[in-house]
Design a protein around this ligand. Structure first.
Ligand code: SF4
Length: 695
């Protein structure tokens, strides 16, 4: 990088799997280097603030370990032995293997697999176009949003809520189940503005005293998977203390009297036994909610990563309906704005050529899929060929030992298109070098705000890196896949998609940098009615018919409570597994991204598990000592960190480190289960019973 040259400042958007989707300003040197990255000050949500890891994005773009040429495996699977190969030879080989798999077992033997390494529509979702055109196995996306989105939609009928910028106009901001300091720093920007300007209080609800909890006026520390009990007790107090808005309840909700009756027995004493939270803290929380109508409930993903996660999300979302907080600017609830963008993704995803009879394979159950689980394979053929873009399942997916067994199969051909040699790339037969967001054109929607943003190509990629779009189109040509989207450039796809969706043109977006899609106040606050046919918020949702648009399968479970409750389906501790483990996000990483950048590594140091000092003393574990955590799925070695900010019996392992960072190569997802979360699938990453030993 030639720092002596004055950079130009270019507009962009953060591509990472973070609700904020910040509007960025990137220093660009010539046509091949970037410098500092800053938040756009004139974007009303980003407001000039971004996280440290993206501010130093040059560390990733110009990292010496970036993959820069196609590679072909030369040693045993997982040995890390590869040799360079030309792009043409690599693509020919992938096409040949996919064709052979199709000839042997049918088109469903090929499983394109993706996730959110980039959130750009063109680069993330173009792989669907290839699978639809070729009738390859479908991808039932479950690993992240299903429990959370289902739980929120269960109440409102739609995935949308009060304008996130209204947090700054609240008298009480409740940050529930999201460590915003680590994972979406902009929430803190707006919440602290409310505190500074209006004297607003901030309540945080979480399972350990993380950075967000430490900044809260009232931190509510609960045991993992007990949010439903806390929400019920808060609502109990609101009804008990005459703080419920009965006019609002009668007009806007489905079963308020039944709810009030049901909650009579769910008092703070009951909830305290379940959550471990003192009765006084629950009462104090309820008082703040009852005394502040402008209460904004910012509900995160973290607390949905439990076997009862959807039910807990719904329970938390009910509180704003009990007080009628939705009526007020700065009041209401918010989880994600996915429901406001109405993008027509047919050109990008090829949904117009989708064959609905093709099976959908559950992303989170990749271990069972690859090891021949009959239910996971939906009674169809084995998966014998994969193309993987934007994800790293060997580190990220639950039930890691099974995932590894699957990837080790000799009859499985895997092509991984990646930026770095991840745990998954190491298991591949062919590795292709991928571009980063400043090296290709794409556009984004912000789940945590209300913007559509453009991320244009700013520099040339290093070496032989190619974009996801290039790879998908090149494979489509070799495989005879037909769709108009394969003949379009990314810019043409962006322009056409915006126009089909009613959001103008690429030229318009380029000129404005972002489009503010915020619905009007009455719509965002559901004052014209909630998104069910009768306009009523559901305290009593019919779970199997909750209008969750990404639905592909309902999983069996014990009966789901009809009204908000503590649903006892979590992996409770037992004498053999006396601890409950949550695998919360580390500040320096974003899922398995940034685990290669020097500043993130320096900050996070090594894989550790937080344990209460009294629990550590009972096991004679010293601070910094290596310990093993284990359960029926496997065992992991990492270092103990004594921390008073967890409840006794709870362990927190901030993640997500590469498997190779652990002494015996087993990552934290060795301990997490892939059994699907009800009702529509998902992975319960924070819901694990484990033992802890010193050996
Ligand atoms: S806070 Fe989130 S969206 Fe913003 S720059 Fe960081 S990772 Fe990207």
């Amino acid at each position: 990088m030639n720092q002596a040259i004055r950079p130009r400042i270019a507009a962009s958007a953060c591509p990472h799997d973070c609700p904020s989707t910040c509007a960025l300003e990137v220093e660009v040197f010539g046509n091949s280097a970037i410098g500092r990255v800053r938040g756009a000050a004139d974007n009303a949500y980003t407001a000039g603030v971004i996280c440290a890891k993206v501010a130093r994005y040059a560390e990733r773009v110009h990292h010496p370990d970036r993959l820069k040429q196609p590679l072909r495996r030369t040693g045993a699977k997982g040995s890390g032995q590869f040799a360079p190969i030309s792009w043409d030879d690599a693509l020919d080989l992938v096409a040949e293997k996919f064709s052979r798999a199709e000839q042997a077992h049918g088109s469903e033997a090929v499983w394109p697999y993706l996730y959110a390494g980039t959130m750009g529509f063109v680069m993330r979702d173009g792989i669907h176009r290839l699978r639809h055109a070729k009738k390859y196995s479908g991808f039932f996306s479950t690993i992240c949003v299903n429990p959370a989105w289902t739980g929120f939609i269960a109440g409102t009928g739609k995935l949308a809520g009060a304008d996130p910028r209204e947090m700054a106009k609240s008298d009480l901001v409740v940050i529930w189940g999201t460590n915003a300091v680590n994972t979406q720093v902009n929430v803190m920007t707006h919440a602290t503005q409310a505190r500074k300007k209006r004297g607003a209080k901030i309540v945080a609800v979480d399972v350990y005293m993380n950075g967000t909890m430490q900044q809260a006026d009232l931190p509510v520390l609960i045991r993992p998977g007990t949010d439903g009990a806390l929400a019920c007790a808060v609502m109990h107090c609101l009804f008990r203390d005459d703080k419920a808005d009965w006019n609002y309840l009668e007009r806007y909700t489905d079963a308020p009297h039944e709810l009030a009756e049901h909650l009579r027995t769910r008092d703070p004493v009951w909830a305290s036994r379940i959550t471990g939270t003192p009765v006084e803290t629950i009462e104090a929380f309820a008082r703040l909610v009852g005394d502040n109508r402008r209460a904004y409930f910012r509900l995160g993903y973290g607390f949905s990563r439990s076997r009862n996660g959807a039910i807990n999300m719904h329970a938390a979302s009910c509180i704003a309906a009990v007080t009628g907080a939705w009526r007020y600017e700065g009041g209401g609830a918010f989880h994600n704005n996915g429901g406001i963008f109405h993008l027509d993704a047919s050109l990008i995803e090829g949904t117009d050529v989708r064959d609905p009879s093709i099976r959908m394979l559950d992303q989170s159950r990749i271990g069972e899929v690859l090891t021949g689980g009959e239910d996971a394979l939906r009674g169809g053929p084995p998966v014998t060929a994969m193309l993987i873009q934007n994800t790293n399942p060997v580190a990220v997916a639950p039930d890691q030992e099974r995932v590894k067994r699957g990837f080790a199969r000799d009859d499985l051909f895997v092509c991984v298109h990646e930026q770095f040699m991840t745990d998954t790339a190491k298991m591949a037969d062919v590795v292709l070098p991928a571009t980063m967001f400043v090296e290709h054109d794409d556009f984004y929607t912000a789940g945590g705000s209300q913007y559509i943003l453009l991320g244009p190509k700013l520099i040339e990629p290093p070496g032989e890196c190619r974009s996801n779009h290039d790879v998908i189109c090149a494979l489509a040509e070799r495989l005879g896949a037909e769709h108009p989207g394969f003949a379009m450039t990314p810019r043409q796809l962006i322009d056409a998609t915006l126009q089909k969706s009613g959001w103008g043109t690429l030229a318009g977006l380029e000129a404005k940098r972002w489009i503010d899609c915020q619905p009007d106040f009455n719509t965002a606050h559901y004052l014209n009615g909630f998104a069910y046919p009768d306009g009523k918020f559901r305290f009593k949702p019919d779970w199997p018919t909750v209008p969750f648009k990404r639905w592909h399968r309902t999983y069996d479970s014990p009966p789901i409570p009809r009204l908000p409750d503590h649903w006892e389906v979590i992996e409770e501790a037992d004498p053999e597994h006396p601890f409950r483990l949550a695998t919360s996000p580390a500040r320096g990483f974003l899922n398995s991204s940034f685990t290669e950048t020097p500043t993130s590594l320096a900050r996070e140091r090594r894989p550790e598990v937080m344990i209460h000092p009294e629990d550590a003393a009972a096991l004679a574990v010293a601070d910094g000592e290596e310990v093993r955590l284990g359960n029926s799925r496997g065992a992991v070695r990492l270092h103990a960190r004594l921390f008073e900010g967890v409840r006794r019996g709870v362990l927190i392992a901030e993640s997500l480190w590469p498997n190779s960072a652990y002494r015996d190569g087993r990552g934290i997802n060795t301990l997490t289960g892939a059994d699907p979360v009800a009702p529509f699938g998902g992975a319960a990453f924070h819901d694990n019973k484990v033992w802890l030993r010193k050996d």
